[in-house]
Design a protein around this ligand. Sequence first.
Ligand code: PGA
Ligand code: ZN
Length: 439
Amino acid sequence: MSDTTLSTLTARRVWDSRGNPTVEVEATLADGSRGRAMAPAGASRGTREAIDLRDGGSRLGGMDVQNAVSNVNRLIAQELTGLDASQQADIDSRLIALDATPYKSSLGGNAMVATSMAVLHATAASMGKPLWRHIADLSGQTPTLPLPEIQIFGGGAHAGRRVDVQDFMVMVPGAASFDEVLEVTSEIYRSAGARMKKKSGNVGVADEGGWWPVFDSNEEALETLVRAIEDTGEKPGERVVISLDIAASEFGSKGRYRLALEDRELDRDEMISLLGRWIDDYPIASIEDPLAEDDPEGVIAFTREYGDRVQIIGDDYLVTNADLVHQAADQGACNAVLIKVNQSGTISESLACLAAAREHGYRGIVSARSGETEDVTICHLAVGLDAGQLKVGSITRSERMAKWNECLRINDQLGGDAYVGGKPLQNTWWARQQKENTQ
Ligand code: PGA
Ligand code: ZN
């Protein structure tokens, strides 16, 4: 008999892909079901996202999480044990009330997100369902396998700021299956690596597994990416398109943008023109955080100008916050939102953000962080919520591959035609071009 009463919650310190401590939580239910989850950690963080509780001091660079672990083992366990774990909204609202700060700085976003996800896992286990199925049932969505966004070159805060732009990625909206996306992307990754080796002799990778960027300008990275796509026999813009995360808050503020690599500073209009020229000259179908989070004027102007051609994603700009999505929709800023569970701090708030996005016709992209673990909860969220897109970094390093490989397993469980293909890009130039080509 299933009994979803939460009987124990325990946390331990584990380690993430950057070798930093993070929080893992295990939840046990009265019927013996168990769930486990780990908190990821960002490096290029929005100022309005949930704050990870770190111990500070000189040990481990101040990054230890003993206080967050102890918050789970004492305060959170005391508050939540005995409750019905299947009532995710109730569990999450109690976490929020117990924390009682705007950015989860008291309990810690890391303590809260690991707890919220562990409880979700335990309930799915109790019901004997795969997590994606449980999430689909909770949200009333039809599960689908998302279109991946995969990093080829890292940059920004994930690569010692060796280039200003943070992610140079590809999407393969023209592939027939999830598996084919990975195969095409792996070939592109190889070609890009061969080009980097030829150029600089030795090659390395950035935090999310993309090649270390040795370029003289941001645009050289774009050009190299186009060449790498061509090397594989693909015509850029047909099956394969480019996606960028500018992460502009990392180098821009108050309408001024400092491109360190190119030793120049742009004002808002110049930054918009630069990105516009890239959109004209390269097969870019998606751009994340094109302007800084403190530059709504810029984001609105950019969306007005290019929102009918490319997907414009708010990450630092919207921080997985439903209220900010409503506000952005009122103002005409962005047309898509990145969903990072640890930005919001709980499963329920992430679900609310995606619901807000849907209300306004905004697309949703479930995303990992640059600091990750083998935790694959987000794959199940992307599938169960029918989010449409998934971004987890590159196609190397096991904290990334754990996610892509989990999607392949889910693909087999789902069977048939659950893969969304190029549909999430339907309002972009890519889809219009596809249509013309088939007419
Ligand atoms: P972060 O970067 O996890 O370091 O914040 C990921 C992103 O900006 O999308
Ligand atoms: Zn981002």
